[in-house]
Design a protein around this ligand. Structure first.
Ligand SMILES: [Cu+2]
Length: 270
């Protein structure tokens, strides 16, 4: 009963509540917080789902019809027919047509995601075994982002998702994300923004998002990268422009790139 309630609430109530992380017994996507994710959700809900339901119902009907109509008691002498050209042409052409109908809007969305508009800021995400490193190249900010252990969680911090240093970005701004990795393949993914890109060592992939609502959004590494793959979450905090500027001025000191690099050099020379 409790499970049923969770499924019900996950399906219907989460649509009205502000959800930016997975919830128990959730069905469907996390609530969209960018145009890109809204496109994906609309594509799924308005096109894919009706097609899936129609095909399932049709096949179920055919199976039930065949069971009843051609049962042994009603057909003591089974038909010996093996070919029917009309049916064979139809069951080849109709699925092709369905695929074409699906492909057109799907490619539209893919191309829209691929063309990065003029970026307001750029961040770089670097996958490590097993945490994420971030850089704001234009601000000379660099920091690492580790998952918070369960025993250290504060109230409202979700288990396996909360991190010590969140990525902070302003709301309604185009954020370009450069993604790479330092050791093995990882993937930087944020469901609410409709973003998922592989992090490949020696190569820079790029993607973008424009968050439409203030809040904290969680994602996870989405490429099996080793024993602690499940423990390198991604947390993006979307804030107002003023708050972002305030964070920037603090971060420029706290996460100053030159100082961190100098410290590393000092350590290496010792
Ligand atoms: Cu990973």
């Amino acid at each position: 009963m409790k499970k049923l309630f969770y499924i019900f609430s996950g399906t219907f109530l989460s649509q009205s509540a502000f959800a930016n992380q997975p919830v128990d017994w959730q069905l469907g996507f996390q609530k969209a917080a960018s145009e890109s994710m809204r496109d994906i959700v609309a594509f799924h809900d308005k096109l894919l789902l009706p097609i899936i339901i129609a095909i399932s119902v049709f096949v179920l009907f055919l199976m039930l019809y065949a069971c009843v109509r051609f049962r042994a008691s009603a057909n003591p002498n089974p038909s010996k027919r093996t070919h029917n050209v009309t049916v064979e042409v139809l069951w080849t052409l109709i699925p092709c047509l369905i695929l074409i109908i699906m492909a057109v809007p799907s490619f539209k969305i893919l191309y829209k995601q691929d063309a990065i508009p003029k970026a307001d800021l750029t961040i770089k995400a670097i996958g490590y075994q097993w945490y994420w490193g971030y850089e704001y190249p234009d601000e000379k900010i660099i920091f690492d982002s580790y998952m918070i252990e369960e025993k250290d969680l504060k109230a409202n911090q979700p288990r396996l998702l909360a991190v010590d240093n969140e990525v902070v970005v302003p709301v309604d701004k185009v954020v370009k994300v450069l993604i790479t990795a330092n050791d093995v393949l990882h993937a930087w993914a944020l469901p609410s923004f409709g973003v998922k890109r592989d992090a490949v060592p020696g190569r820079i992939n790029e993607t973008w998002f424009k968050a439409e609502k203030v809040g904290t959004y969680y994602g996870q590494c989405s490429e099996l990268c080793g024993i602690k793959h499940a423990f390198m979450p991604i947390a993006v905090k979307v804030v107002s422009e003023e708050e972002y500027q305030k964070w920037l001025s603090e971060a420029r000191v706290k996460f100053a790139k030159e100082e961190i690099e100098n410290d590393k050099l000092k350590l290496a020379s010792k």
